[in-house]
Design a protein around this ligand. Sequence first.
Ligand SMILES: Nc1ncnc2c1ncn2[C@@H]1O[C@H](COP(=O)(O)OS(=O)(=O)O)[C@@H](OP(=O)(O)O)[C@H]1O
Length: 658
Amino acid sequence: MEESGGESSIEQLTQQLAALTQTVQDLQGGYHQVQNQLQALTAAGGPPASAATPPDPSLNPVLTPLSAPKWGLRFPFFLENPSPGLTVSWSNVVLSSVTFQVAMTSLYDDPKRAETAEATLRTLQRGKRPVEEYVSDFRRYASDTERNEAALKHQFRLGLSNSLKDELAHVGTYFSKIISPITDLTSSLKSFHWSSEAQLAFDELKRRFTTAPILRHPDPSLTFPVEVDASKSAIGAVLSQRPVDGMVHRAQGSFKTFADRKLCGGCRTMRLLQLLPILWKGLFVLLVLGFVVQFLGKRLQESPPQTFTLLPPFSTPSTPTCQPSSHIVFLKTHKTAGSTVLNVLHRYGDRNSLTFALPQKYQFNYPSFFKVDMVKGYDEVNKTTYDLLCHHMRFNLPEVRKLMPADSFYFTILRDPATLAESSFSYYHSVSSAFKKAPNLTEFIAHPTHYYKPGENGNQFAHNFQWFDLGLDPDTPFNESLVRAEVRKIERTFQLVLLSEYFDESMVLLKEELCWDLDDVVTFKLNAREASTPLEERETEMLRAWNALDWYLYVYFNRTFWEKVERFGRERMDTEVRKLKERRQELVEICLEGSNPVRANEIKEKSIKPFQFGQEKIMGWVVKMDLEPSTRAWCVQMVTPELRYKDILGARQFPGAV
Ligand SMILES: Nc1ncnc2c1ncn2[C@@H]1O[C@H](COP(=O)(O)OS(=O)(=O)O)[C@@H](OP(=O)(O)O)[C@H]1O
């Protein structure tokens, strides 16, 4: 858990518990008041108040741990009416205990509680996003009519997750039919066209989201599922019912943040919508929640902090306005600063316990097309999904979609094909048949077709390299309308295309899109060569002409990049880039010996030595030794080379695997 201010997580948890206990007392007070009013009414001969049915003592709730979480994140406990003969349940422990403390002590001894809570914590740590938050984001977008029109459409364009579709389907009987013109747009088989039907569906959806919900009484004869959710920074529970109409009816919800950052969607205060008829059960829910808070608190206190605490924080966290993304596809193109971007993703996933779709071995069988069976741990039957997919591959969208959640954020990075070709020539000289045949770069530039034959070994490195990585044919003759059509398809898939020449601006846009913090995207340059060969202007032009498909791609996304910067605001971008550079400098001074990268042989620590390949010297960094351990761990993460970090993540994700 991240520290906020000087308050420890356990102190915050204790406060949460105290607040919950207070709420329980309030509920008890409310219940007695209602009882008194009922008695007064009955004594006066008035009609019994149907909304305030007193709890039936025969409805003693039972807490049942589910064998497997049914809806991903949710949720381990159900309250049910017991069958005759059922033995002691936790609820009985809670309800018959003299004090809350006594009840908690008994609960700690229950082995099932520990198992279930641990499983919950594991699932929750994966950082999946609850449907409720998605929906509440939607509501927020939808109600802010003018300004967020584009944002709402964008949400649809990203694709709706299955759980969200489920949730939306419950909003109205014909709802799924209503939105089908929009959900169809997310199909990989169709191109994205915002039709008039989509607009109508969109308007209807918006109307439904912004109209008030209708309250109804819960049915005391039915089950009340308790949905519990927690992350490192918050915990929440919702009591709901799914009566015969099949719709989810939320009865009561509580959401508490442990620290005041970034949980905009969930910063809801306790709402007691239908308090009276469920008073008795509501009381129980809060007791359960209290125990979960205590338990998680104990766990968090026991586990070592995963994030740095002694580095000075960059700035006071701002008021949250968005929800951080944790489902991400990054197409790591070659020789485009992808390793530096990858380090950002490795660190973020590592610190937030996200799951990575990792290659079985070194790479996803590059240069073959990506396939799901190349992913470690992928289970065809259970359709495993992952939070992050970010290692080198030849892109293959239908296969990627099989294992990445529908709401994943797709992005990639491009570089001017001329400088990329210069880097590629030196790096892949020994593995590309075309490069091997050419006596030097100048000769290759002068007569590329003399050396290059399509399909020969390693020749993807020598011609329209980025086009190839994107899953397209690098030897397609240039035809503007066909190329434009392909590029538009790429644009529909990737929400953001970064440029390695504008790396800092790229990181600011990325941070903005993912709703991350500045510290998440601060980097040291990785995988850089000691020296490069400067290109003459004419050579640059010739390399761009030889790689015409890549050049078209680059020019197109250069334009969209700067349009994004315009929308972001030029001045704002300048300010953010300045902050990023300042923070990088600060971290250089904290973490590194010297401010320049060094050759591998000058780095004594084996785990951070840069991987060497090809003719050139690949540079790395020396991390200061005399740092406080958590600060040092942070610094080491920032310079850990790609393959080493991949192995660390693999070992964590598949403990015991060879
Ligand atoms: N922050 C930043 N800004 C600009 N450029 C950067 C940055 N980080 C890495 N680089 C340059 O990217 C080149 C390495 O790219 P990759 O890491 O994608 O290479 S690889 O395909 O993973 O081997 C390599 O380029 P060359 O030095 O020309 O080979 C790096 O210098």
